[in-house]
Design a binder for this molecule. Structure first.
Ligand SMILES: [Zn+2]
Length: 296
């Protein structure tokens, strides 16, 4: 599933290629025909990400909310103003087209292929949405209610203290393991399985400690590191969490994520993997668990 940095990149792309443009909206697949009709012909005034969800506002005030979930993806194409835009979301199936440099002039969107839930078209290009877990048109009140339930997003709150304070309160008031809390979008929005494992490793925190057991300093470090890592993810378009000096090989881009049984890049002990709340959790017992390794 795309983590928050991907959706922030998507919001930027929306603002770049569709910001202040009048769009036609349709649902070639038909499942979103009513929703598409509510935004058809309107100017897109701005797109914002909150965690893993995209909120795109239109001139009448209504807001398009899209959650890609596990399988959703956007594909883009168009003239030179769409250069660099291709697809965001789940990896595309082989054979789907991307706008290549060989395409000399833009003559309009292609025939929709497959189950396109929503197609947006401007004078310069198009975007197709397939397979989202949520796609709906909301009033501003409805959108605000959804966002109020979400935890703070390290990428939205990075420049104010509000996010850090809210994160601290939400984490430290819970008896659930911190590894579960970091995946709960109502605690903090935008962190998925990769960032969860890597944040806990980088801050040497035992994933099974409860929120209440963490110190203020530990939670503050987690938040500050989430801001750094997610901002890098937005800049690079991928998740890289290892410091250059810690890599045995150039492709050691994670410390523990999907490294079960491999030697920890820091202490050499085997990285551990286990299922927690239905998702795979990765951690290094040597670096993170004081029960087995007492601190010096
Ligand atoms: Zn280790």
């Amino acid at each position: 599933m795309p983590e928050g940095h991907t959706i922030h990149r998507l919001a930027r792309q929306f603002n770049d290629v569709f910001g202040n443009a009048r769009l036609t909206a349709s649902s070639p697949q038909g499942r979103f025909a009513d929703g598409a009709a509510r935004i058809d012909g309107q100017i897109l005034t701005g797109a914002q990400a909150h965690g893993k969800q995209l909120f795109a506002a239109f001139e009448s005030g209504v807001i398009l909310r899209v959650h890609l979930g596990l399988y959703g993806a956007w594909d883009f194409g168009g003239d030179e103003t769409f250069r660099g835009a291709s697809s965001i979301g789940a990896p595309r199936r082989v054979g789907e087209r991307e706008l290549g440099s060989e395409e000399v002039s833009y003559t309009g969107p292609p025939e929709p292929i497959g189950a396109v839930r929503l197609r947006l078209v401007s004078a310069h290009g198009w975007a197709d949405l397939r397979g989202p877990s949520a796609c709906e048109v909301l009033t501003p009140t409805e959108a605000a209610a959804i966002r109020a339930k979400l935890g703070p997003d390290p990428l939205n709150a990075a420049r104010s203290d509000d996010g850090a304070v809210e994160f601290l309160q939400r984490i430290r008031s819970s008896a659930r393991p911190v590894a579960v809390l970091l995946m709960d979008q109502n605690i903090v929005a935008g962190i998925g399985n990769v960032y969860r494992a890597e944040l806990l490793f980088r801050n040497r925190i035992d994933p099974m400690l409860s929120g209440k057991q963490l110190s203020v300093e530990q939670v503050s470090m987690l938040w500050a590191d989430a801001v750094v890592l997610l901002e890098e993810g937005v800049a690079k378009g991928r998740i890289i969490t290892t410091e250059l000096a810690n890599r045995d090989r150039p492709d050691d881009v994670h410390y523990v994520y999907r490294r079960t049984g491999l030697a920890c890049l820091i202490c050499g002990e085997a990285v551990f993997g286990k299922e927690l709340a239905g998702r795979n959790l990765f951690y290094c017992p040597g670096c993170q668990c004081q029960v087995r390794h007492l601190p010096d």
